[in-house]
Design a protein around this ligand. Structure first.
Ligand SMILES: NC(=O)c1ccc[n+]([C@@H]2O[C@H](COP(=O)([O-])OP(=O)(O)OC[C@H]3O[C@@H](n4cnc5c(N)ncnc54)[C@H](O)[C@@H]3O)[C@@H](O)[C@H]2O)c1
Length: 355
């Protein structure tokens, strides 16, 4: 017995969702909805020829076979879609970022709580084996006092990429390296380190003069656990390389590059460390130079977990509540760049960022 999924938004990244659903033993893609019918038809034809095709969300939500909706529309459209799905009693897995404001995110969380439906977010790097191992070692105290947590995302996106859809070059619609691409890795720092106390950011556009967005972010973070963090994130750096997450503590150090470890070392070396060191797939694509070069296994793990969470009536592996602090950090980075000063969290007056 499989669980029926609908995909809302059949654009660039939707094939990853459809592939994950196709590979899942527990899920089945039963419906695809896109304003552009031919996109929905193509996605269904490529991955699930029996899936129903819709051009209006309300029609897909009226389909009783759809139990879970994957929201894969542009970032500024997530909030309305999630609210509609919750009203229709559908469980929701939404692409990142959850929304463009904390106010909308809170409304979405509240609506899902009221409707008693699951609401998870695809910040799927959290389920990567190397990140799971880092998290476990942190929880076990193996790093000792953590001094640094850094992410380095030196990616490349062409100017044409920014013009493939209007929203992709409009900051208010959720474009820009900070809220769009680096969101995953800022999320990993937040997930691993816990909440930030202050963030300071500077944004630049180095390689896309025709696009009115930051293509480069440099941020400094002070975490509540005492660690200092930094984010170097860019889509200006050809040819684009694998992302890195680096954790340095007094008694241990770990560096993930792409999906594998380039460093895993602790003063208390344990028998399992050699296996952990070799875990992760060094060849797994992580979108450094091609936005669609991503393995669907991490989406599949999030999808399978959601089905188990429904059956067991528990939280999903990445509930929206756990991603809200990441959005807060990201919004604080925009505020910091705009005002030229460090921003203390919690963030107040989020709307001043866009004025
Ligand atoms: N998790 C990841 O690794 C990852 C990677 C890339 C993109 N994303 C996220 O996926 C989402 C989609 O990105 P994309 O690059 O595929 O965008 P896209 O613009 O290529 O596709 C979005 C699709 O949504 C459709 N759409 C828009 N409004 C609609 C509506 N009201 N009803 C039905 N369909 C509608 C559009 O017609 C389009 O086909 C974004 O939130 C993005 O941040 C996540």
């Amino acid at each position: 017995m499989t669980t029926g999924f609908g995909i809302l938004g059949a654009g660039m990244i939707s094939a990853l969702h459809a592939d994950a659903l196709k590979n899942s033993q527990k899920a089945e893609l039963v419906a695809v909805c896109d304003l552009q019918q031919e996109r929905a038809e193509k996605l269904a034809g490529d991955f699930a020829p029996n899936a129903k095709v819709y051009t209006k969300l309300d029609d897909m939500l009226a389909d009783p076979n759809v139990k879970v909706v994957n929201v894969v529309t542009p970032n500024h459209l997530h909030a309305d879609a999630v609210l509609a799905c919750a009203t229709a009693d559908k469980h929701i897995l939404c692409e990142k970022p959850p929304a463009m404001s904390l106010t909308d995110t809170d409304r979405m969380i509240e609506a899902c709580n009221q409707a008693d439906v699951k609401f998870g977010i695809f910040v799927q790097c959290r389920v990567r084996e190397s990140i799971r191992q880092m998290k476990k070692a942190i929880d076990q105290g193996r790093f000792g006092r953590i001094l640094r947590a850094d992410t380095i995302m030196k990616w490349y996106r062409s100017t044409e990429y920014y013009h493939t859809d209007a929203w992709r070059s409009d900051r208010r619609n959720g474009a820009g390296v900070t809220v769009q691409h680096a969101f995953h890795y800022i999320d990993l720092l937040q997930y691993l380190m816990g909440p930030a106390k202050t963030v300071q950011a500077r944004m630049d556009n180095f390689a896309h003069p025709d696009v009115k967005l930051e293509d480069t972010l440099d941020a400094l973070i002070h975490f509540g656990n005492g660690a200092t963090g930094s984010v170097i994130a860019s889509t200006a750096l050809w040819p684009g390389t694998d992302v890195r997450i680096e954790i340095y503590g007094e008694t241990g150090a770990a560096v993930m590059q792409g999906a594998a470890f380039s460093l895993w070392q602790f003063q208390d070396e344990r028998p399992e460390d050699e296996t952990i060191r070799r875990s992760g797939d060094a060849d797994q694509a992580t979108a450094g130079s091609d936005p669609t070069a991503l393995a669907s296994i991490e989406h599949q793990l999030v999808i399978d977990d959601c089905i188990d969470a429904i059956a067991e009536d528990r939280e999903t592996i990445i509930p929206c509540t756990s991603v809200r602090p990441t959005l807060e950090m990201v919004l604080a980075m925009y505020k910091s760049d705009k005002e030229g000063r460090p921003i203390e969290l919690p963030l107040t007056d989020e709307y001043s960022i866009w004025r």
